[in-house]
Design a protein around this ligand. Sequence first.
Ligand code: SF4
Ligand code: SF4
Length: 729
Amino acid sequence: MQAFAVLVVVTLTVVAAGLAVRTVGSMIKVVRLGQPAVGRTDRPATRTATMLRETFGHTRMLQWTLVGAAHWFVFVGFGFLFLTLVTAYGQVIEPSFALPLIGHWAPFEWLTEIIAWLMLVSIVVLIAIRQRHHPDRVGRRSRFSGSTMWQAYYVEWTIVGVGLCIVALRSLEYALQHVDGADPSWVHFPLTWFVGTAFDGLAVATLETAIVAVALFKIVISMAWLITIALNPTMGVAWHRFSVFFNVWFKRNATGEVSLGALEPMRSRGRPIDFEDPADDDVFGVGVVENFTWKGLLDFSTCTECGRCQSQCPAWNTGKPLSPKLLIMSLRDHAAAKAPYLLAGGGLDAEGNERATPEQLADVPASAIAEAARPLVGTLEEGGVIDPEVLWSCTTCGACVEQCPVDIEHVDHILDLRRFQVLIESSFPSEANSLLKNLESKQNPWGVQPSARTAWVGEVDFPVRVFGADGEDTIPDDVEYLFWVGCAGALDDRAKKTTKAFAELLHIAGVQFMVLGEGEACSGDPARRLGNEFVYAMLAQQNVETLNEVGARTIVATCPHCFNTLSNEYPQLGGSYDVIHHTQLLARLVEQGRLLPVTPVDELVTYHDPCYLGRHNKIYTPPREVLAGVPQLRTQEMHRCKERGFCCGAGGARMWMEERIGKRINHERVDEALALEPDVISTSCPFCLVMLSDSVDQRKAAGEVAESVGVVDVSQLLLRSVRTPAPTP
Ligand code: SF4
Ligand code: SF4
């Protein structure tokens, strides 16, 4: 029996280890096919601390408390209980084997048993959760919809098997010590002695045979798992256990913030691109999978298919074909399938000719050659890896990035794909054409004359200082804030109400502010999120030059997209300013007593978090503080709020594209708000304001909503309270 067991163990272990080493080697080779990723190794000590905090602390997983806690015990079990596998190897040879030094040390035994039981309970919880959310039961809304279920089941039941083996072995060890006449103190078997008593009366030889058999079974289960994952390098549900440490370590921000806010500058082979004079071999965005950075390819390999991203995605939740999980899985599978071709030297040169010789490709499997021929973005008929409808459905809301437990940077990858489609293929939704033309010719999305930017100034009954009106060539020292009005704030009638309300509040508070007027151009956010880095660079460069020339220091913006671009992205172009959002300034002015909300606003308000203020910049509190300061105003949160807020549908330049598939995202959001029966839906973004208003107006036209329900900016509510009511005649 033992000789047979040893033979099986040695054979299996050698095969499993050999296959695993080979697969890890080829996975590393695939990741190394990617382009250089800039800025991923700075501050190594901080990165290590972040990685340890996120992995051992499960800080991202614990956003979902029960699942996070259960996964933590499985994670700890996987690491700590490896020692029981080592013990099992010894037990196959000598059933009474224990690890030297610690094998019979009570604290080690306690920990082993506690962790084994907790791991078992936890995996049962996770199995139950997966079944509760099974796509067959929940349908498309299941976060597991589209995940490779057999792989998850296999991993889950392997853990159950390993856990049961540990309990069985510990119980048999108890029984063996009992038969030997030694004191089988429960101190060494705190959570298995009662199972061990079931073996009372069995002979030593029987118990030893049972130990060898269970130890053998444990090793067989473990090695079968290793062989299975080695044969399936895209099995993220298993491989993430190893790759997550690297994926977190190399994330964008060393300190651990999620990869949102600023977009990565467009680079070619790790170098900045000079749009005025691009190099012949410059690559614009990602047109083939090997044009992703190696961090992108590592991201794809690390996806666990947990579907958290999918469950939060506004596109997926409204019936669009985009699921961030399925997108990442498609890119991962494509990269793995194409890898043999690339590793043999295959690929196209700048002229579109094959680089490799026929001899080099002679041994490449036909499936890899066929995979290489697929367009990265293309329809089903074209054999595309990513359907254009998938690519253009993204609002860049960042919910996927925020939720991903292994720090995958979906938005960066989606934008890289868009960049290639727009800049090289000129392939994007036709409606966006006019947006780009307007941005290029008139520096605003609506294509109105720049002179219209100051029209609102003539519509208010207090003075507004416009830069240059008094002949100044730099911002005067007494100006506290440069008010960046933004295109929507200056040109859209609904957003203009926010602009006027905020300006009036500044006037009431005695804040000295100035606007740039015609000197302001679009921040470039819509062009950049559409993928047109060229137009973005043109607008952004122009704005940075203007801001630097006028000596801008402290800027306040009502638009979170402008706020994000000016504060996070202009530094990439040499424009560093102190930028705040108007809700931050308003909260500060109320706190300082410079604004006194005294008039009661007896209304129920629900606040919608703009993605580019909330998730992208973590500003959740100031707007709520402003609302809380208004007397008698009652607030109620929507189910999806703050980090889990639901997009209005405007981001990612979606505001200028048709929404033809599924339910409109703004309707989905407004339905959620209206379920609370509010008097007012409030927000702090002009894009959100337009999207939510559109939806509410349509509901009103259909008679589904009372005419009195309003959609207003936080500043408008504050102004109503700050204004002293007119005395009654
Ligand atoms: S950014 Fe938002 S819309 Fe885009 S894939 Fe992620 S969750 Fe979906
Ligand atoms: S991308 Fe992240 S959140 Fe989405 S399925 Fe993969 S691991 Fe889960």
